[in-house]
Design a protein around this ligand. Structure first.
Ligand SMILES: *Cc1c(COP(=O)(O)O)cnc(C)c1O
Length: 352
């Protein structure tokens, strides 16, 4: 820290992204990326001609992309907000809706960025413990009287809530914004998109980083009432109107023309997830039921960090979190079947 850093930020604890080491080639099962490349349509669309236009600013309204997203998800363009990755939407939503008097509730075990944004913006965070078996207890959130952010499926547990549970939470808090972070919804969970027309306090947040193979392009979008979207636009136009670059807008549009490709990939991931879950259980692991592209697993008698280290030494990266309730677990991204077989063979070769 320099002596110039504002005191406001001195005590902050920044988010720690999953490692991207360059020292050797690893099988990367630590940041929930897709094991598949972007679709052929995307590869085609981001071409020399588009690169040659990079001297020009992108469309700050992302007009074509928003129309296309609106068509795809059955809403109007005015219900869609597009940003440089969905982390940016979360950040802007915290800025737009939360302040010292308007706090936010979320589970004790969830996406690490929620508490970082809470601290960053000086927002009181009401942390609600998951149940013993790592589930969200819906009544804890009914009539809670503050904003809420919930990842559905939750991360890093992978456990999803059904649509009627989400609706109960949204309906019982009409005066607060309910953000549903659906980063992993394409891997077999219910989306709350169908509720957007009925609840003006619902904001559904999606990303292209996981099921749509564009983590490196940085593209996220939110769907919500026209009023909520206007509030987010207001924040964006106070920060960085050009936050979604040209190539990413092009990639995002082409991506929506390759739905079959992404659906097939997601189905593959789901199949490999079931295969991996069974194989881990056969090896004595306890695996939480996942509707995401990762599994959260522990092996009684071995520390989570030790499993992480063993796998790393064998060339396989997974994610380990040091939090009190989850330190026994590792989070394993579902890759291709071949990648998972490598992981299993490293586990089988370890003497512990
Ligand atoms: C990966 C992830 C995000 C962020 O995705 P980006 O669009 O890459 O910023 C948001 N929420 C959850 C729960 C995630 O796992």
């Amino acid at each position: 820290m320099s002596r110039f850093l504002s005191e406001r930020f001195a005590e902050l604890e920044p988010y720690t992204p999953g490692e991207q080491p360059q020292d050797r080639v690893y099988i990367k099962l630590n940041t929930n990326e897709s094991p598949y490349p972007p679709s052929p349509q995307v590869l085609e669309a981001v071409n020399r001609e588009q690169v040659s236009l990079l001297n020009l600013y992108p469309d700050p309204t992302c007009h074509v992309l928003r129309e296309k997203l609106a068509d795809t998800y059955g809403v109007e363009a005015e219900n869609v907000f597009v940003t440089n990755g969905s982390d940016d939407i979360l950040n802007m939503a915290f800025m737009a809706f939360c302040d010292r008097e308007h706090g936010i509730a979320f589970p004790d075990i969830t996406y690490g960025f929620y508490s970082v944004y809470g601290q960053f913006h000086g927002v009181p965070c009401h942390v609600v413990p998951l149940t013993e078996d790592y589930r969200i207890h819906v009544p804890d959130y009914e009539n809670i009287g503050m904003h809420i952010v919930i990842a559905n499926p939750n991360a890093p547990t992978g456990i999803a809530l059904p649509l009627n549970a989400i609706e109960k939470i949204v309906r019982s808090n009409p005066d607060h914004v309910i953000m549903i972070d659906e980063a992993y919804v394409d891997f077999g969970a219910d989306s709350a998109l169908s509720l957007v027309g009925r609840y003006e306090n619902l904001l559904v947040i999606r990303t292209y980083s996981k099921s749509r193979s564009l983590a490196g392009a940085r593209l996220g979008f939110a769907v919500g009432s026209r009023e909520l979207i206007q509030d987010l636009e207001r924040i964006k136009y106070c920060m960085n109107p050009y936050d979604v670059n040209r190539l990413t807008q092009i990639a995002g549009i082409a991506c929506l023309e390759s739905d079959t490709y992404y659906k097939t990939n997601a189905e593959n991931v789901m199949q490999v997830r079931e295969y991996t879950t069974k194989a881990l259980k056969d090896r004595g692991f306890v695996v939480l039921p996942s509707n995401a592209n990762f599994v959260f697993a522990r092996k009684p008698g071995i520390e989570g960090e030790a499993i992480y280290q063993q796998l790393r030494a064998g060339g396989v990266l997974v994610r380990w979190f040091s939090g009190a309730r989850i330190r026994d677990f590792v989070r394993i991204t579902i890759g291709t079947k071949e990648q998972m077989d490598q992981l299993l063979s490293v586990l089988d070769n370890e003497r512990s």
